[in-house]
Write a protein that binds this ligand. Structure first.
Ligand SMILES: Nc1nc2c([nH]c(=O)n2[C@@H]2O[C@H](COP(=O)(O)OP(=O)(O)OP(=O)(O)O)[C@@H](O)[C@H]2O)c(=O)[nH]1
Length: 144
């Protein structure tokens, strides 16, 4: 059985990360996710993320590094491999082109959202590594 590769962006702005709620026209309506989408033929994960985030939220991001992927088997035998990347917001104003709403969420509130099942290990990993990621982001922004 094939595995569907899906990228997702953990977009940071200061000490918050962007979380997006899937709308009624998407599958898993009402559940929260990190925005992104399926990798197209010939695309790198980073290229996919930059494209998807422009398509979904109309903003430009910079992809900084990968976190641990998570495989999840949804019903109907579909397995998705969710590939999370730490990103920073670069420019543009968020427009909701597909999602119902977004929230900029701090570490302590991540668990209050109703996450898509495939995202739960990623949210846990993010919480555990939050301080390390924050330090890398500070180093990146002071260097550039
Ligand atoms: N983008 C994204 N998709 C996720 C997450 N968690 C999760 O289970 N998914 C699932 O991964 C699959 C791909 O997501 P998508 O529908 O956003 O991908 P896409 O934009 O390329 O879709 P399309 O083929 O309908 O245009 C969906 O089945 C979605 O429910 C997540 O955090 N981010």
């Amino acid at each position: 059985m094939g595995v569907v590769l899906v990228t997702c962006a953990l977009i940071f702005l200061n000490d918050k990360v962007l979380c997006a709620q899937r709308s009624s026209t998407m599958n898993l309506p009402g559940l929260w996710e990190f925005p992104g989408g399926k990798i197209e033929k010939g695309e790198s994960p980073e290229e996919c993320l930059v494209r998807e985030i422009k398509e979904e939220l109309a903003i430009t991001i910079k992809v900084l590094g990968a976190l641990k992927p998570n495989d999840h088997a949804y019903s109907k035998g579909i397995v998705i491999r969710l590939l999370p990347y730490v990103c920073i917001w670069q420019c543009g104003e968020v427009k909701l082109l597909e999602h119902q709403q977004i929230k900029w969420v701090e570490k302590g509130n991540l668990n209050s959202l109703n996450w898509a099942p495939a995202d739960i290990p990623i949210v846990n990993d993010l919480s555990e590594n939050w301080n390390i990621i924050q330090k890398q982001l500070v180093d990146y922004t002071t260097e550039s």
